[in-house]
Design a protein around this ligand. Structure first.
Ligand code: TYD
Ligand code: MG
Length: 460
């Protein structure tokens, strides 16, 4: 039987200590360790019950093959927000818990009230619980978004026991939105709302509700870069899926990305645009990322990339300028800096392109973050174009991985990339050798390069 204990918990990463100390050994943060007392709780903050009941299903094993018979209703519900369903892996899974994190003000509440409204309009019970705004404020926002006709149940509540009691009345909700998990608190823990133990324990109560009732629960979590608010990071391992909602300052579009997903892929992205009337879905992101392109400027190349199953064309911008610094500057937005260093080294060693005395700036237009090595070729083209001042053809798209030897290697899904380029009016594609024969798009001239030096000679 557990008894009331005092622990010292790092408010940034959730590490626990037996006594106070100034620095957290686990995450390295200073002055983040606070005293928290946990009243008679079991493992991880679960309230201790007086002895477990021996249930019928307790300890019983089930055959994997027999499980489909147990699904008496469709396990997924589409929210009708296509970009959201895409990232979820085809809709909300019954009894699943999803954490959506993001900077304050990025649009999490807006996204979720819109999704709730759509789902409620289809006749499902949807409960939106706001711990940050009063019901009136949420309603005001919904009014501005033109969603007042939608039968979403709103509640301003922060105590999870009260919330579970509310939710247990009436039919099982198809979706419950908790905005945000940092404002929630449970009676079983004494520390203030927002502390690591409160966030963790409150999440546990809500997760238990989801699993028991079959209702899907979305938890909203604010993440701040300086880690001042107890990070919802501590609940990441407890939930079924973790999504991050991101956007670059100054840009109108927002990207929803799955960081972890037990029920779907993690490489799909959902793209939205923030407008005066809320978030608008962007089913064809290439058009957005290529809008406002400066066609006559050197240093830009269009990369034909893949985000999950969807091809996305995006502009890569490079600026190369003689440096006045001892160590030239390398600044990258939207791509891996180590990957840039590698491309620069290959250009230097195998293609005679010397950038050791130049500052190099690389930017992926529109705030997209690219993780694919397939962008190497487009990056190299943009760098060489900026250095030489030669403008790349505006109707050419690039993809291909560059190896350390300077060889251009084939990448996956060449056909889908070429098809998207063709669809968006590109007439030329510069690609690795293998993609040429494999995929012929009528009206698209495909130039295969086997070596980066060929490309450099072509441009300069
Ligand atoms: P919000 O959803 O409150 O962000 P979060 O819940 O992630 O903190 O979004 C707030 C921002 O969105 C705010 O700066 C204004 C902007 N916004 C619009 O541009 N248009 C709209 O229709 C709405 C509702 C918000
Ligand atoms: Mg909000």
């Amino acid at each position: 039987m557990a008894r009331a204990t005092t622990t010292y918990v790092c408010q940034s990463c959730g590490a626990t200590y037996g006594r106070w100390q100034g620095k957290c050994e686990s995450c390295g943060a200073w002055n983040t360790i606070a005293e928290e007392s946990v009243a008679a709780t079991g493992v991880g903050g679960a309230p201790v019950k007086g002895g477990a009941k021996a249930g019928k299903t307790r300890g019983r094993a089930f055959a994997l093959a027999g499980l489909d018979g147990a699904n008496d209703q469709a396990p997924r519900t589409e929210t009708q927000v296509g970009e959201l369903d895409r990232v979820f892996g085809g809709g909300l899974v019954k009894g699943s818990v999803i954490l959506i994190g993001g900077d304050p003000g990025i649009g999490k509440s807006t996204l979720l009230i819109q999704a709730s409204a759509r789902l409620a309009r289809m006749g499902h019970r949807v409960v939106y619980i706001s711990g940050e705004e009063a019901v009136g404020q949420v309603r005001l926002r919904a009014e501005r978004l033109g969603l007042t006709a939608s039968p979403v149940e709103l509640a301003a509540e922060t105590n999870v026991e009260d919330i579970v009691a509310t939710l247990s009345e009436g039919p099982v909700p198809r979706l419950v939105v908790i905005d945000s998990i940092q404002t929630m608190w449970t009676d079983t823990v004494e520390s203030a709302p927002g502390t690591v133990s409160q966030v963790r324990s409150a999440a546990q109560v809500l997760i238990r509700f989801a699993k028991k009732s079959g209702s899907a629960v979305i938890l909203v979590g604010h993440v701040t870069k300086d880690g001042q608010i107890a990070g919802p990071r501590v609940v990441e391992h407890m939930v079924d899926a973790v999504m991050s909602f991101e956007g670059e300052g100054g840009h109108h579009f927002r990207i929803l990305r799955a960081v972890k997903n037990r029920f779907g892929p993690t490489d799909e992205i959902g793209v939205f645009e923030m407008t005066g009337k809320g978030l608008r879905e962007v089913p064809n992101p290439s058009e957005l990322f290529l809008a406002g392109r400066d066609l006559g400027a050197p240093g830009t190349a269009v990369f034909a990339g893949m985000e999950g199953t969807r091809p996305v064309l995006v502009e890569i911008q490079a600026l190369v300028a003689p440096s006045t610094l001892g160590t030239p500057r390398r600044a990258v937005v939207g791509w891996d800096p180590a990957r840039l260093s590698m491309v620069l080294a290959v250009l230097d060693a195998h293609c005679g392109v010397r950038l050791g005395g130049h500052d190099v700036y690389l930017n992926v237009a529109g705030g997209l973050r690219i993780a694919e090595p397939a962008a190497d070729l487009a990056v190299a083209a943009a760098l060489v174009s900026s250095l030489s001042g030669a403008v790349l053809p505006a109707d050419a798209a690039y993809f291909g991985e560059v190896s350390l030897s300077g060889a251009v290697r084939p990448v996956a899904q060449a056909a889908a990339r070429l098809k998207e380029a063709k669809k968006l009016g590109f007439t030329k594609a510069v690609v690795p050798e293998i993609a040429r024969g494999e995929t012929v798009e009528p009206g698209l001239s495909v130039q295969a390069v086997t070596n980066l030096s060929t490309l450099v000679a072509d441009i300069a």
